[in-house]
Design a protein around this ligand. Structure first.
Ligand code: SAM
Length: 409
């Protein structure tokens, strides 16, 4: 007789996953909860153990040639949050860009019900085949799965009440607004200066305005809308890089010498909570040369003053010099909130000057920016919107994106 315990039924694992999402504050809306309890996620990731399907991680289904995933099922927490942002109603017509496994399309089909319609599109034929199989196995064969580049939407089934993009976008192409109803909503993980947020966009007066935004990370969209970030390796022998977005120009040779200079590091006596760091990133990103420092194990242990996070830090470069942020734990707040003191570390011939500029920006945030917790994104047609002083502005292919901040209302 086997002593092995009987495997936990998928339904029980699924309900535990949903219960945890609710407990952690990632899921609030009963209709989204019902969809997540109803759709058998494990049928969309048939090559992994059922337990892995209901864990809180993404599941890679198609590794890419460069070692990064080409397709995956997103983590349940971000799936739930984006569906809540989307506000899908019964009877809606929905377009999803990034079919992946088909799991999110099945959730959408559950939410729109028998009177609605879901189209999902993926750029890769093998991913499309897998999505179709998963949807058929789970009983959602009515979802239309199309192979194509989501940059152009899918005019065949437009207009849509909702568009959801589940790959990282760098811009909002015209096809999406052309194919959306006037009071429609787009939810898209949008990258500005390397910072990605899932934004729910609605039409304002001639532009898009975000209704909500949440932290996220996504596989970048490929195809016509692809805009790679550029990466500069700072030393050959250790893994330390600068990653630059929004087509900033850089001289890798000049930056390559920066680490030969000694670190110029100071603690600022300026503290921030984890939630303040979210809008602080946008404040810092208004600086010319904003980028990210990526550093792996040996670089952090062996030579760099420790960056903020395990992946690295927010940073700023200027020609041959770069500076990045550091932080250390400060005494907790009265309610137990974690608090961090910020620091700046610079390398390069102009290290002290750049560190001073970044320090000044942080001190301005401390004095004036900290209270600007109301942050929103506007997406204007390229070349329009001029009242941008003091705000973060990113020129994209089709649009001018502005990130504005104001005191909480
Ligand atoms: C994170 S996965 C999507 C997850 C999916 N929604 C699910 O429920 O499993 C991102 C997907 O976007 C697809 N993709 C990337 N660029 C695309 C493009 N330009 N048009 C359509 N799909 C694209 C990838 O092939 C990948 O399958």
């Amino acid at each position: 007789m086997s002593l092995d315990a009987a495997p936990t039924p998928p339904e029980e694992l699924r309900n535990t996953m949903v219960d945890q999402l609710i407990a952690w504050g990632s899921l609030h809306i009963p209709r989204v909860e019902a969809a997540m309890r109803g759709v058998p996620r494990h049928l969309f990731v048939p090559d992994v153990a059922v337990e892995a399907a209901y864990a809180h991680d993404g599941v890679i289904t198609h590794p890419g040639a460069d070692g990064r995933p080409r397709s995956m099922a997103s983590a349940p927490g971000i799936v739930a949050q984006m569906l809540e942002q989307l506000d899908v109603q019964p009877g809606h017509r929905v377009l999803e860009i990034g079919a992946g496994t088909g799991y999110n399309a099945a959730l959408l089909a559950h939410l729109v019900g028998p009177d609605g319609h879901v189209t999902t599109i993926d750029i890769d034929g093998d991913v499309v085949d897998a999505a179709r199989s998963g949807l058929a196995a789970a009983g959602y064969g009515s979802v239309h799965v199309i192979c194509g580049d989501g940059e152009y939407g899918y005019p065949g089934h437009a207009p849509y009440d909702r568009i959801i993009v589940t790959a990282g976008a760098w811009d909002v192409p015209p096809a999406w607004s052309d194919q959306l109803t006037m009071d429609g909503r787009i939810v898209v993980p949008l990258r500005v200066r390397g910072l990605t947020r899932s934004v729910a966009l609605e039409r304002g007066n001639g532009f898009w305005r975000s209704r909500s935004m949440i932290y996220c990370g996504f596989i970048p969209m490929r195809g016509a809308g692809y805009c790679p970030e550029s990466t500069v390796r700072l030393r050959d022998d250790i893994e330390v890089f600068l990653r630059l977005d929004d087509r900033q120009s850089v001289d890798p040779e000049a930056l390559g010498g920066a680490l030969k200079h000694p670190a110029c590091h100071t603690w600022l006596g300026v503290n921030a909570t984890e939630s303040e760091l979210g809008h602080f990133e946008f404040w810092l990103a208004t600086m010319d040369g904003f980028c990210r420092l990526l550093a792996r194990g040996d670089a952090i242990e062996g030579m760099l003053v420790e960056p903020m996070y395990r992946w690295g830090s927010m940073a700023v470069f200027d020609l041959d010099t770069f500076a990045y942020l550091t932080m250390r734990e400060a005494p907790r707040g009265d309610d137990g909130t974690r608090i961090f003191e910020l620091g700046v570390c610079a390398y390069g011939p102009q290290g002290e000057q750049l560190a001073d500029r970044v320090t000044e920006q942080i001190r301005r945030w401390d004095r004036h920016g900290r209270s600007l917790t109301n942050t929103w994104i506007e997406v204007h047609p390229a070349g329009t919107a001029t009242d941008v002083a003091g705000h973060l502005v990113a020129e994209k292919r089709h649009t001018r994106i502005i990130i504005r901040t104001a005191p909480a209302s």
